[in-house]
Write a protein that binds this ligand. Structure first.
Ligand SMILES: Nc1ncnc2c1ncn2[C@@H]1O[C@H](COP(=O)(O)OP(=O)(O)OP(=O)(O)O)[C@@H](O)[C@H]1O
Length: 333
């Protein structure tokens, strides 16, 4: 029996949600001891985070936010200081074996063993996880990651992209329901990045919950359906991506005037105007200002409009607002 029944007393709805989650962290705290030079460091300040089953979840945050610490706690590589973590309903303290069997982790570094072929590497990994020989799916996994033809080649002859895919394959040998990728495409060129993502999304289509950390916000915007933003050891927000972007009350208009402007026109207090070359950027809060009002102000300033377009907020704007409090990203584009 799983230990999900031993959740602390919570309202029924919240408990039901937790049982439906891939990962639940409650009051999760990590303090690194530090050394003579630097004192203790509180990398996670008692975070609560629920990652839904079946999602492609992007864990975003600036350098030092605590992302790797969180992932390493899930992977059993770092001991938490306080709090509770469940993976697929298994508490990492009470059911360490089952919880660890429920995730596959693709590490940040390219740490493939060059002395074995992909096939041998997967067999060894399956052995480490105690997967019985009869249940191993070595060739099936290699095939699903486009590595079938390289099954018997030495790893040192694989391209960088293939090595990354091999790391994903290794993370999948025990068929975990959750796959975690820590900065999987850092330093990988665009073509290889696309290939890797196609493979990962194929695993997701087959029902695997995918959790990734990435510095590439366009990547998170394209792939993830749910986003968690973490900053200085605290969770700032967790929301479906579209909801998160829609919640940002900021947009901009770009206006190309018929005649180039010599100065920034006065358009009133509810929007910010800026000249970039011949283009006028006007940032505004949709909850306070209507586009029609901006256009009237532009008209009143004697500007005739040659071209007009809107700039929507994106994940990067949300990220900047939540992590740096920046308020001018949309206007800056
Ligand atoms: N072993 C350690 N000992 C002491 N402090 C550490 C240790 N590992 C991480 N830290 C500190 O904890 C904080 C969180 O680090 P962590 O690596 O989890 O952040 P991150 O969000 O993964 O950053 P990055 O994107 O740069 O990998 C940072 O201030 C970091 O310096």
């Amino acid at each position: 029996m799983s230990d999900t029944q031993t959740l602390p007393d919570r309202p029924a709805a919240e408990t039901a949600k937790a049982l439906d989650a891939a990962i639940v962290a409650r009051g999760l705290r990590k303090v690194y001891k530090g050394n003579k030079k630097s004192g203790p460091k509180e990398a996670l300040k008692g975070i609560d985070l629920t990652i839904p089953r079946g999602s492609v979840f992007g864990l975003l945050g600036p350098n030092g936010a605590g992302k790797s610490t969180f992932i390493n706690i899930l992977a059993g590589l770092v001991n938490k200081t306080e709090g509770e973590v469940q993976i697929w309903g298994f508490d990492i303290d009470k059911n360490p074996r089952q919880s660890r069997a429920s995730i596959g982790v693709v590490p940040q570094e390219l740490s493939t063993d060059v002395f074995f072929t992909p096939k041998e590497g997967l067999e060894i990994q399956a052995g480490l996880y105690g997967v019985p020989k009869a249940e191993r799916r070595t060739m099936e996994i290699l095939r699903s990651l486009g590595l079938e033809e390289k099954a018997d080649s030495y790893v040192r002859f694989l391209s960088g992209g293939m090595k990354r895919r091999l790391l994903v394959a290794k993370a999948m040998v025990h068929d975990p329901p959750v796959l975690i990728l820590d900065e999987p495409t850092a330093g990988v060129d665009i073509e290889l990045r696309k290939q890797l993502w196609e493979q990962v999304m194929r695993l997701h289509d087959r029902g695997v919950t995918v959790i990734l950390t990435t510095h590439y916000l366009e990547e998170a915007q394209e792939l993830c359906d749910t986003i968690g933003i973490i900053h200085q050891g605290e969770v700032k927000t967790v929301k479906p991506k579209d909801e998160l972007i829609a919640s940002l009350d900021r947009k901009a208009l770009t206006i190309v005037p018929e005649t180039p402007l010599s100065a920034v026109p006065e358009l009133g207090p509810l929007c910010g105007a800026e000249l970039r070359g011949d283009t006028l950027y006007v940032s505004y809060r949709p909850s306070e200002t209507r586009v029609a009002d901006i256009l009237s102000a532009v008209n009143e300033a004697g500007i005739s409009v040659k071209d007009l377009s809107t700039v929507e907020a994106d994940l990067e704007d949300v990220f900047l607002e939540l992590t740096y409090g920046a308020d001018d990203k949309v206007a800056a584009r």
